[in-house]
Every structure is written in C-alpha cells, then in structure tokens.
Write a protein that binds this ligand. Structure first.
Ligand code: RB5
Length: 151
C-alpha cells in the first residue's frame, strides 16, 4: 500500500523505525518529514503534509507520529476527507478502519513502544472499511458535518 508518513521531533525516531519496518514489509512509504531530528519543529507542518497527501489521493493512508499523537490528529482532522485518530491498541487500529473508515493513524512516541507501534500500524494497514450499511450511514453523517463547514 502507498502510505504517507510524518512526524515532528516528538515522533521522529519512531517514525524512522516505522518507515523502515513498513518498507521492508513491502509498502510504498512516502516520508514527508521531518527528515532530520529538529527539536524545535512543529507537528502541524508534518500533519498538514501527510493529511494533504492522503486527501489529494497521493497516498491511500497516512501515519503520523508526535509526542502523544493528539496534536497530529487534531491538525490532520482539519483537512476535508481526513479521518484521523490516535490508536495505541490493535483493536482500535483495525476497527477504526472497518467501522469508521479511518485513513490516518496517529501515534504518540512518548506513549507507545516501537514493537507495539509496528503491530498497531500493521493492523491499521491490513484493515478495510466494511462498507456495511450502518457504517456507511454513520460515516456519511460525519461527512455531512464536513460539508456543512466547507460550503
Ligand atoms: C511536542 O513537544 C509535542 O507537544 C508534540 O509532539 C505532540 O505531542 C503534540 O500533541
């Protein structure tokens, strides 16, 4: 799968680990930065790059890492078409896709270790939206909120 990844200083090292891991698993990983560890960089810059790539169709899914995952998810969710969430467990990572059509996974490198992050990312990437009528209806209502504020 084509995946855009990004991280600020809080998530830089975990992002590097995940990028290498997912590439080795056969995914096409587009690293949108940070490309060097910069202790004063800002998570919205990388959240915007990843969310923008996913929203524009340049990547199918996105993975963002910051210190907690929270700032990155708040920023990414400002982009129309983005459904981002912080998931630090494998159940949320796959159910978020299956039921809610989550397309950006946010991780907090100060919360989760590299091994669990790898498993969470794999469950996120292997999951597919179920397409069940009740889930389409619910996601449709969420998209309706977006339309209300973008027209
Ligand atoms: C940066 O220190 C930190 O605030 C950021 O990585 C993230 O945790 C924000 O939610």
């Amino acid at each position: 799968m084509k995946i855009a990844i990004g991280a600020d200083h809080g998530g830089y090292h975990l992002k590097e680990d995940l990028g290498a891991f997912l590439s080795a698993k056969g995914h096409e990983v587009i690293d949108l930065g940070a490309h060097v560890f910069e202790p004063d960089d800002d998570y919205p810059d990388f959240a915007g790059a990843v969310a923008g790539a996913v929203a524009a169709g340049g990547a199918e899914r996105g993975i963002l890492v910051c210190g907690s995952g929270v700032g990155a998810s708040i920023a990414a969710n400002k982009f129309p078409g983005i459904r981002a969430a912080v998931c630090h467990d494998t159940f949320s990572a796959h159910q978020g896709v299956e039921d809610d059509d989550m397309n950006v996974l946010c991780l907090g490198a100060r919360i989760i270790g590299a091994e669990l992050a790898r498993e969470v990312a794999e469950r996120f990437l292997s999951a597919r939206f179920s397409g069940l009528e009740r889930h389409q209806r619910r996601v449709g209502k969420v998209k309706g909120f977006e339309r209300d504020f973008t027209t």
